[in-house]
Ligand binder design. Structure first.
Ligand code: TYD
Length: 138
């Protein structure tokens, strides 16, 4: 599974903690856009898509949430709860986000402007896309 936890720097002193993330240094892509998800109801599920080319670092900067990750071969559920840890997703991975704690904020640092044509929103299509990609490299 090519989704990796990325430890991020913590600059802590008696005033609190600061975490900085630089594109092409702390993450292996230039950061071209950010977005954040918040005010999510406890029972809500989001996502249900994969990206063809977009690279992302997801950071739960407040509270916690869970992500189901599926690369077409294996599935795993990860919990994000540390503002000094990102989850890097650098290849097409189907993801669902859920179990947001009250007030949770999920920040995404991503490699490209918003482009609906980069989304795969149908799970069957995602599996087909992965299969075609694998055939392409073999
Ligand atoms: P959506 O893709 O449904 O969110 P999730 O990541 O939870 O699946 O996005 C919700 C709405 O926000 C949808 O109308 C598209 C819009 N949107 C933008 O306008 N720009 C963006 O960068 C993103 C990520 C979403």
């Amino acid at each position: 599974m090519k989704a990796e936890r990325y430890p991020l720097p913590r600059h802590s002193d008696e005033r609190g903690t600061l975490t900085a993330v630089e594109g092409e240094r702390d993450v292996p892509f230039p950061i071209r856009r950010i977005y954040y998800i918040y005010e999510v109801d406890a029972g809500a599920h989001r996502g249900y898509h994969a990206h063809k080319t977009l690279k992302q670092l997801l950071i739960c900067v407040h509270g916690s949430c869970r992500l189901l990750l599926d690369n077409g071969l294996e599935r795993q559920v990860v919990r994000l709860s540390d503002p000094a840890e990102g989850l890097y997703i650098g290849e097409p991975i189907w993801r669902e986000m859920f179990d947001f704690s009250p007030g949770a904020v999920l920040l995404a640092l991503v490699s490209a402007p918003y482009d609906p044509s980069d989304y795969i929103r149908d799970y069957g299509e995602f599996l087909e896309y992965i299969r075609r990609e694998q055939e392409g490299v073999e």
